[in-house]
Design a protein around this ligand. Structure first.
Ligand code: G3P
Length: 217
């Protein structure tokens, strides 16, 4: 499973990217607000740091205006994936922008039927929002499983990008189910490295090492 950073925080993205674990980035209007930066400037900086797809989201509601915004965003860098909402107008824009050769990420997907339409409209990525489904007592992970089955049944090449990831459990479950990509905030990606038994084991080793009185360097 590929790992995208769900953030517009350039420093946090650069830190994770230096470790070689970042395959791409996703942003959205809320993350741009949080960054306090100009969308075009910050997205350009992110695209220069990360080689993989960087999703930048349109804010228009009509297809023609979405297409115009998408074309503008795509000019930022070659690795831009234009992010469009999963509405009827968004699907129209998806068809047009995909046909022009742009990468498109269709976002705010909450049902298998929406994901089916996104694939048929030529999306490069579909973004089911796991956490927001869990928030309303639905099962976000079963949506990932359903989309996986549907795409595999018919050989759709649209990549399943698990989004609205809130926990390390979401990450491992998405990987087990077969999501192609998961996008998560930097804190969740960092937390993937944690385990209390690792900390406990390390404490024990260091205590014993101190008793040997030895040094490596
Ligand atoms: O990847 C989409 C994400 O930014 C939304 O996350 O936590 O606001 O549902 P959240």
């Amino acid at each position: 499973m590929e790992l995208f950073v769900d953030s517009a925080d350039v420093e946090a993205i650069a830190e994770l990217n230096a470790l070689g674990v970042v395959d791409g980035v996703t942003t959205n209007p809320s993350l741009i607000l949080k960054s306090g930066r100009d969308i075009l400037e910050v997205t350009k900086e992110i695209c220069a740091i990360v080689k993989g797809p960087v999703s930048a989201e349109v804010v228009a509601l009509e297809a023609d205006a979405m297409i115009a915004e998408g074309r503008r965003l795509a000019k930022i860098a070659d690795n831009i994936a234009i992010k469009l909402p999963l509405t009827w107008e968004g699907l129209k824009a998806c068809r047009a922008l995909s046909d022009e050769g742009h990468m498109v990420n269709v976002t705010l997907c909450f049902s298998a039927n929406q994901a089916l339409l996104a694939a048929k409209a030529g999306a490069s990525f579909v973004s089911p929002f796991i956490g927001r489904l869990d928030d309303m007592n639905a099962d976000g992970m079963s949506l990932i499983a359903d989309i996986r089955t549907i795409y595999d049944n018919y050989g759709f090449r649209t990549r399943i990008l698990a989004a609205s990831v809130r926990s390390v459990n979401h990450m491992s479950q998405a990987a087990l189910i077969g999501a192609d990509v998961a996008t998560a905030p930097p804190a969740v990606i960092k937390a993937m490295a944690n385990h209390p038994l690792t900390d406990k084991g390390l404490d024990g080793f260091l205590r014993d090492w101190a008793e040997t009185g030895q040094k490596i360097l």
